[in-house]
Design a protein around this ligand. Structure first.
Ligand code: HGY
Ligand code: MN
Ligand code: MN
Length: 413
């Protein structure tokens, strides 16, 4: 009978799977472009499904493409879930999201290899559209699972080319027949790279994550007048890009004025984007985050107060709307303790921390006890093709994930 103490994951096997799946959307600069429900996403989903079925799991897909791979346990009860995401940013790295799914797969492989049977079934989840890059907002389909959005809202989300998420899900064959919520679980653990500099700076291997900060996304459209760059006198222009640039500087100042909050403009479209036309229209997105909702309210008010003066100065008009709010969330103390024990059992240094980045766990925490495990990434860099971790760090995360799940499962012995 295998005892929990000799359930040791195989870091090389995990690393090999990470490198193998990095080919699905691999870029020349060593990153991954695997946008949600793209052909590359379909290929990694097919790979993941085959791997799980080879382990004896049943794999189901719900009506927004969330994937649930379940290995039965000794008892007929709700599974323990290990989830994250397989989609990436356009210039994403090899570890964001995918480490959580493949770290869970490695934990399952280890249980199967060792003939270890858990009391509760084990379920690995791949959540659709965590990134929110191609289709805003982020964490969209874990949000549908948590009841924050409807499936129809998710289907209606359009990318910048006007393509709808629902049509793409159908095209790649992942518009599942099972209603969202069919696949219930009793708890979820999510392994993820930190995507920030803290663990590396402190020389700690494991982040015991206590929650996720609040996040808000906005869209701004600035309108001026297209005109000739040669024939239009400077004082007669209505330059939308100049107005937008003043707004973007003001948004940056809102972040600096509310540390440790952050304020960013990541997507901008300048029209008509021609060398010799004064821009008539600029679309840009705003991302505000802070651990405290009351401070986020202040940041939002400051950001909005800055738009009018910047527009007036250049005789522009503008429209602004908030398209997404994900309030700050705290994770489940019992699961956090399982992570602490799992890290101690594996002998890793750890530190408690909140997450700066958003994760599916932020929404799942609304419907089931949830927590996360972080491992370091080089220089804290993520959402970048240079994103990097080591075989040891990935292995440590998967080992702690396995230990934490086994620790939690003990209560059903
Ligand atoms: O935006 C985020 O924090 C996540 O990477 N989707
Ligand atoms: Mn992620
Ligand atoms: Mn990400």
């Amino acid at each position: 009978m295998t005892s929990k103490s000799n359930l040791v994951i195989n870091p090389q096997r995990l690393w090999d799977s990470l490198m193998e799946t990095a080919k699905f959307g691999g870029t020349a600069r060593g990153g991954i472009k695997r946008l949600t429900v793209s052909d590359e996403d379909r290929r990694v989903r097919d790979w993941f499904k085959a791997q799980c079925e080879a382990l004896g799991c049943s794999v189901q897909v719900d009506s927004v493409g969330n994937m649930f791979a379940t290995r039965p346990g000794r008892k007929d009860m709700l599974p323990i879930a290990l989830g994250s995401h397989l989609d990436t940013q356009p210039t994403g790295g090899k570890f964001d999201g995918v480490l959580g799914v493949l770290g869970a797969l490695e934990a399952l492989r280890t249980m199967v290899d060792m003939g270890y049977e858990t009391n509760a079934p084990i379920m690995i989840v791949n959540w659709t559209n965590e990134e929110g890059s191609r289709f805003a907002p982020a964490m969209l389909c874990s949000g549908v699972y948590a009841g924050v959005f409807t499936p129809d809202y998710a289907y209606s989300r359009e990318d910048r080319d006007g393509i709808k998420l629902g049509d793409e899900l159908k095209r790649i064959g992942y518009l599942g027949s099972e209603p969202v919520g069919t696949h219930q679980f009793q708890a979820m653990f999510e392994l993820h790279i930190e995507q920030g500099p803290i663990l590396e700076a402190e020389g700690k291997m494991i982040g015991v994550v206590t929650g996720v900060q609040g996040m808000r996304w906005y869209e701004v459209m600035v309108t001026g007048q297209e005109s000739h760059t040669g024939a239009t006198p400077m004082l007669l222009r209505k330059n939308a890009l100049l107005g937008a640039s003043r707004m973007i500087e003001a948004i940056h100042q809102v972040g600096l004025a509310h540390l440790p909050g952050v304020a960013s403009v990541g997507l901008i479209e300048n029209r008509p984007n021609s060398r010799n036309v004064v821009p008539g229209e600029v679309f840009f997105t705003v991302d505000l985050r802070h651990p405290d909702e009351a401070v986020l309210d202040k940041m939002e008010a400051s950001f909005r107060a800055a738009l009018g003066p910047a527009a007036d100065k250049e005789k522009l008009t503008y429209e602004e709307k908030c398209i997404w709010k994900s309030p700050a969330v705290k994770f489940n103390p019992e699961l956090i303790e399982c992570v602490r024990k799992g890290a101690a059992q594996a002998g890793f240094d750890m530190r408690e921390m909140a997450s700066g980045a958003g994760h599916d766990a932020a929404y799942i925490a609304r419907v089931a006890p949830t927590t996360m495990i972080f491992v370091p990434c080089l220089g804290g860099i993520s959402h970048n093709e240079a994103e990097s971790t080591t075989l040891e760090e990935c292995g440590a995360g998967s080992q702690v994930l396995l230990n934490a799940v086994i620790e939690y499962d003990q209560k059903f012995a």
